[in-house]
Ligand binder design. Structure first.
Ligand SMILES: NC(=O)c1ccc[n+]([C@@H]2O[C@H](COP(=O)([O-])OP(=O)(O)OC[C@H]3O[C@@H](n4cnc5c(N)ncnc54)[C@H](O)[C@@H]3O)[C@@H](O)[C@H]2O)c1
Length: 338
């Protein structure tokens, strides 16, 4: 296999993680890092003296040692940067969200098809061994009928200047829900508030409706001193919890649940409740770095031509849900079709 030569666009808070992973990943060479900020490029020069730097995209695209780019810039810049990269024939791994409207995402996917380039979105949690284990624990037979999902993503910031907390944080949870349920939501209802007096919501509560009346609830906040990264799935036979901050017990499974059995004779529509009681177990989750797994999948898919799990088309589904959440927040929580 030929080495995949990668250019990194954006070296702020998250970009350095990509630089570290890409400079260590077998089969790849990090050749250049592009950022308009000279102070950030000075850090690159110190940390990675063999990696070239540039401040403009034109300089990056003029190079002949860049087969693919990774984009780790603010959300509002993604769409234009992906379009330019695909137009210049580069494979793209872009951080979430791919763009700020679904039509833009669809156009980028079409452009990727037309140029024969791979387009992947950085949904890191799809490459998190804990989320993979959660899906395994939600197999239909042991999990039973899915009832609801609930995700909490709270912390004190980091506060974004270009998008609200829903666009910043909820993409992760929507991606996780869509992956776990294997489908996209049908509708969204959301409310948000602006406690930090900016013109963007810093707190949001969003509900997504999936088929079969399955509910997905998401709470995101930049203004909560308690950092939580948790997803809970409740089914008729099991409750499965993913806690990304708990290294010892990343996933916990409650072998417990309740479901409606046969109708009770001589009652008016009452059903017998079947309660299942069992153990609480912590399945083993092999340690691995999600960002490394994600980058390795990007390289593998570029080289094999296979679609990645977090493909551009998967990303459209997430942005559709985000747009519906945004529209619902403007309508004070009214349900909006996705
Ligand atoms: N997957 C995750 O867990 C995770 C975590 C943090 C951030 N992110 C995502 O990563 C992206 C970047 O976030 P961040 O926290 O690093 O932001 P940041 O503001 O700290 O850094 C962004 C960097 O991009 C540079 N930049 C801006 N416009 C550019 C352009 N046109 N060309 C080149 N560089 C440009 C800026 O100068 C800055 O250095 C966002 O999309 C964010 O949602 C993902």
């Amino acid at each position: 296999m030929q080495t995949l030569r990668i250019g990194l666009i954006g070296f702020g808070y998250w970009g350095p993680n990509y630089a570290r992973v890409l400079s260590e990943l077998p089969g790849t060479a990090l050749t250049v890092i592009c950022d308009p900020r000279a102070d950030r490029l000075a850090v690159v020069a110190e940390r990675y003296p063999a990696v070239a730097t540039c401040q403009s995209l034109d300089d990056l695209f003029a190079r002949n040692d860049v087969d693919a780019v990774v984009i780790a810039t603010p959300a509002s810049t993604h769409e234009a940067l992906v379009r330019a990269s695909l137009t210049h024939g580069r494979h793209v791994l872009v951080e979430k969200p791919m763009a700020l409207h679904a039509a833009g995402c669809a156009a980028l996917c079409d452009l990727a098809d037309a140029t024969g380039c791979l387009l992947m979105v950085g949904y890191t949690f799809l490459y998190n061994a804990g989320v993979r284990k959660m899906k395994e624990m939600m197999a239909p037979e042991p999990f039973g009928q899915p009832y609801y999902l609930h995700a909490t993503r709270t912390n004190l910031g980091p506060i974004r200047q270009d998008v609200n907390a829903a666009w910043d944080l909820a993409p992760h949870d929507i991606a996780i829900f869509n992956y776990l349920l294997g489908e996209q939501p049908l509708w969204a209802s959301a409310i948000g508030t602006r406690v930090l007096k900016s013109n963007r919501e810093d707190i949001a509560f969003a509900t997504l409706g999936y088929t079969g009346d399955v509910i997905g609830n998401i709470h995101v906040s930049w203004a909560d001193p308690n950092k939580v990264r948790e997803v809970v799935a409740v089914g008729s036979r099991r409750r499965v919890v993913f806690d990304d901050l708990n290294d010892a017990e990343r996933v916990r499974v409650y072998e417990r649940g309740v479901s409606a059995g046969d109708a009770v004779a001589d009652s008016y529509g009452e059903f017998k409740l079947l309660v299942r009681d069992g153990d609480i177990i912590s399945p083993k989750v092999a340690p691995s770095e999600p960002l490394r797994n994600q980058c390795a999948d990007f390289v593998r898919c570029v080289q094999s031509g296979e679609p990645p799990l977090a493909s551009g088309r998967f990303g459209i589904g997430v942005v559709r849900a985000l747009a519906a959440i945004e529209a619902s927040m403007r309508a004070k929580g009214a349900a909006v079709e996705v």
